[in-house]
Write a protein that binds this ligand. Structure first.
Ligand code: MGD
Ligand code: MGD
Ligand code: MO
Length: 832
């Protein structure tokens, strides 16, 4: 087993993960007081080693992880990191003056530790006050973020459940990952194509001639899953690499960055300017028509509105501009010859367009996937084996054949319009999906687009556009965040700090003193997922996983479930019972498992008893043979009348009458090239800020998670988050590899460590999201949080989504290098 683990770790290295699985070489007998305990995380299943009640190390859970990644090492490291929250804490000014405190002292005040009894009362009293004075909608409980994988201790569903019981709340809709794609694709394809099943990998390996990985970095991002990653995708990427040699599959990557995937596959790489792909795709369509290889039959039979769109491409309507390769080359920075060549290839080979989500986190982000579906329609292979498009290969092991395990249905109980699908049937937020009992059954909570939280706080009662409807922002007086880190994830961190000053109260429930916790009034310490029992499943449905408590809770940290129970007891027995039904966490775990087993038994799957499952640590479900043959849209292609799409026309809508009717000037009737608010083609703005920053997902963390571990030392430069810059841009600024630089624009400024590399397009700089925000007195982030630079403006009136790019300038940082504060405990006053 040890040797096998080592080989797997080595293989993972080849796949772009790292080779840090040192503990895999150490026998559990040497390290652990008990046999290794099965648990799980977004980074995969793990087996925890225990010494003196402490979490000591992890072994790969090779039985249920095809390709363990080294990020699991961070799960151990973070458990006893000095950023752990030990006890409930209140900001000093808030303890003295409550909701009338000076909010500009957030992040500056000292902290006072209090008892759980005091904390429960303090939180409950404030919830009661806001409820009474303003109504439930004044409490923002949308609480977006990547909490851990256990289904019982899902801090967000539980938060919704609690707030619903005590009077309702304002929640969110959509998510930072897929905001624009989730809004636009139902209009275009009839379903959310960011979440749809994609053609199975075996079909691709057999049939596809050209794989285009466009704005995606699957070798990096598949390390993580929303449920538990089983990493089978790495097996398929290795097979893809083999088939490139054996069968001559061509892989093309299109990205402003030569990313981990390009590097692993040694693909043909095309550097494109950020936020300009739409123009490039339009030119490919135009040149395909020009060469007579566009599939006109497909367009006629399966799409609606292609005539108008073709007129637009030909310059016969609207802007009168011909969208040919020469036109696009000037915009996207890809040569005319390359564009024409792509048109030729796509028009003659079985082509799979694998689109990532990075490009839709941008101004007019809706256009990217709309245009990619349109391009796939011009190619005409949608519904054929190995052709068409898929927007899920880069994450959560998308494309890996999976069973329909008997564990999905309770997802319907997740917190309503908030997209917190639990990793396993979990506790529902009673009342959003109306429950049958209780006075809260008819609560109708307002849901605002998740990334509009700052606009909402700043503009109460304002009516705004959203997805062909109007919504009215409620008045928000307090926010309760559990299992998310808004001072990392939201664009324009400085605007967020200013805006949150309008809140009477800000509560954060987390395991660590994150940037958000530091900006709160009340901080409640949660246990980590390795400090409690729970249940979860692999994202692909292959396994139900027992999450065994590995270690005792850190100091006074409590399980999320227990925290809400404690608060609700302050309201009364009725509220507490409505929430908990008088059940322990283990009762819920058993209930969830047995609900699944009942379905499994009905389907004759022969699932073991709960006790057997819990002892073994997992249940495995067989992948049925047909899952290996799955082809997206095959049914629609076979019979578009019977299997019509869920769009008004029943076809792919290259032109949407519904969107046309909304008459937005930033999202029109068909895919349209519109200049983004900040891009390299803006002659005026680039005078001051000539570099285009892209902010992809980090290789050695999950957003901000694990940044408080030694994993950050692998990449950091002089203790700062690295920024990649092209040698020509570095030379022009007199900068050298390893310099500490200041990145800035009108919104903010941050330090970073310079990496000079040809792996980024000239004019583009690349810095990963998720580095902890550590502002000094002048608002300079000493560590490297990219979101101080990103605009809060929405993608468009349609999705109202989030952006992740910006124009910036970079200069050498002169002066003494400041030390960091964010990775130590904050300042405490005397104990309360
Ligand atoms: N510039 C830029 N910004 C981005 C992106 C980008 O590409 N560029 N990407 C966006 C995307 S796609 C996303 S999904 C968001 C991610 O944003 P977030 O999900 O907010 O980021 P995380 O760092 O994962 O924060 C999760 C928090 O939950 C806490 N937590 C984990 N488990 C538990 C638990 O069991 N209980 C409690 N109470 N807390 C827990 C963690 O400690 C952590 O602080 O960021 C977005 N922001
Ligand atoms: N290791 C790790 N894996 C993760 C996560 C993590 O934090 N760490 N987060 C998970 C989450 S929550 C999500 S939502 C997914 C995110 O999955 P994605 O959104 O697909 O990932 P990103 O890294 O943001 O972007 C993918 C690629 O798009 C490129 N890109 C950016 N802008 C443009 C553009 O304008 N045009 C083109 N062509 N390319 C562009 C980036 O350089 C990057 O290589 O990843 C998941 N996986
Ligand atoms: Mo995400």
């Amino acid at each position: 087993m040890q040797r096998r683990d080592f080989l797997k770790a080595a293989a993972a290295t080849a796949a772009g993960a790292s080779s840090l699985n040192a503990t895999s070489l150490i026998s559990d007998n040497l390290m652990s007081d008990t046999p290794a305990k099965m648990s799980a995380s977004h980074f995969g299943a793990i087996k925890g080693l225990v010494k003196n009640g402490k979490f000591e190390g992890v072994l790969d859970a090779s039985e249920i992880d095809f390709y363990p990644v080294s990020l699991t090492q961070g799960v151990v490291a973070r458990t006893y990191d000095q950023t752990r929250i030990a006890r409930p804490s209140v900001r000093k000014g808030y303890l003295e003056k409550g909701y009338q405190s000076d909010k500009s002292m957030r992040g500056k005040d000292e902290w006072v530790e209090i008892s759980w009894e005091q904390a429960f009362k303090l939180v409950a009293d404030e919830l009661k006050r806001v409820n009474k004075e303003y109504g439930g909608s004044a409490i923002y409980g949308g609480s977006y973020g990547w909490y851990s994988v256990g289904s019982v201790n899902n801090p967000q569903t539980l938060l919704g459940r609690m707030l619903n019981i005590i009077g309702g709340y304002t929640t969110r809709t959509l998510n930072y990952s897929q905001h624009a794609i989730s809004a636009i694709t139902p209009h275009v394809a009839g379903s959310d194509e960011g979440n749809s099943l994609v053609t199975a990998w075996p079909v691709i390996l057999k049939n596809t001639e050209v794989v285009v990985i466009w704005g995606a970095d699957p070798i990096n991002t598949n390390q993580i899953a929303w449920g538990v990653a089983d990493h089978e995708s790495y097996i398929y990427f290795r097979k893809l690499k083999e088939q490139m040699k054996k069968r001559g599959i061509k892989v093309i990557t299109i990205d402003p960055v030569y990313n981990n995937t390009a590097n692993y596959l040694n693909s043909e790489h095309i550097f494109v300017n950020p936020t300009t792909d739409v123009a490039m795709m339009m030119a490919i369509c135009y040149e395909m028509m020009n060469a007579g290889v566009a599939d006109e039959k497909f367009l006629k039979k399966y799409t609606s509105g292609s005539e108008q769109f073709i007129a637009y491409l030909k310059g016969e309507s609207e802007d009168k501009v011909v969208k040919n390769a020469a036109w696009a080359a000037k915009i996207c920075g890809v040569s005319e010859a390359d564009i024409i060549n792509l048109a030729k290839i796509f028009g003659s080979k079985r082509t799979m367009l694998m689109g990532g989500w990075g490009p839709q986190r941008a101004h007019h982000g809706e256009q990217f996937h709309w245009m990619m579906i349109t391009l796939a329609a011009f190619i005409g292979q949608i519904g054929l084996p190995g052709g068409g498009y898929g927007f899920g290969y880069h994450y959560s092991d998308g494309g890996c054949p999976s069973p329909a395990a008997p564990n999905g249905s309770a997802l319907a109980l997740a917190s309503g319009s908030a997209t917190t699908s639990t990793a396993f049937p979990g506790l529902g937020a009673i009342g959003i999906v109306p429950s049958t009992e209780g006075e809260w059954k008819n609560r109708s909570n307002i849901a605002i687009p998740v990334s509009r939280i700052l606009d909402c706080i700043n503009n109460p009662d304002k009516e705004v556009d959203f997805n062909c409807k109007k919504i009215t922002y409620p008045t928000i007086k307090m926010a309760y965040w559990a299992g998310g880190n808004p001072f990392h994830h939201a664009p324009d961190t400085n605007l967020m700090a200013k805006t949150f000053e309008k809140l009477d109260t800000f509560i954060v429930q987390d395991c660590f003193w994150t940037a958000s916790a530091r900006m709160a009034d009340i901080v409640l310490p949660a246990t980590t997922e390795q400090e409690r029992d729970d249940i979860t499943k692999s994202h692909t449905n292959k396994f139900i996983i027992a999450m065994h408590k590995i270690a005792e809770p850190y100091e006074q940290a409590k399980n999320d479930y227990q925290i809400y129970c404690g608060i609700l007891k302050e309201f009364g027995d009725k509220e507490y019972m409505a929430f908990s039904e008088g059940k322990s966490e283990m009762d819920w775990i058993k209930q969830f498992y047995n609900a699944s087993k009942k379905k499994g038994d009905d389907a004759k799957l022969g699932m073991p008893s709960f006790e057997e499952f819990w002892a073994k640590g997992y249940v495995e479900f067989k992948v049925p043979p047909h899952a290996h043959e799955y082809v997206t849209m095959a049914e629609y292609r076979k019979n578009p009348i019977i299997n019509r799409l869920g769009t008004p026309s029943g076809k792919f809508e290259i032109l949407s009458k519904k969107i046309a009717k909304a008459a937005y000037d930033d999202c029109k009737a068909h895919p349209t090239w519109m200049e983004p608010m900040e891009w390299l083609g803006d002659v005026e703005k680039t005078k001051k800020y000539p570099l285009n920053l892209v902010t992809p997902h980090p290789k050695y963390r999950l957003h901000s998670q694990l940044n408080n571990t030694w994993l950050r030392n692998i990449e950091e430069v002089q203790g700062r988050e690295p920024v990649w810059m092209h040698p020509d841009d570095a030379k022009a600024r007199g900068l050298e590899n390893g310099d500490v630089v200041r990145i800035f624009n009108d919104r903010g400024q941050t330090l970073a460590g310079l990496i000079v590399t040809k792996n980024v397009k000239q004019g583009v700089v690349r810095m990963q999201e998720g580095s902890w925000w550590d502002p000094d007195k002048n608002g300079l982030c000493r560590h490297g949080n990219v979101n101080v630079l990103i605009p809060n403006e929405p993608t468009s009136s349609l999705a109202m989504g989030n952006q992740a790019t910006a124009l910036v300038q970079i200069e050498k940082f002169e002066g003494e290098l400041p030390s960091l504060e964010v990775f130590s405990q904050p300042k405490f006053a005397k104990k309360g």
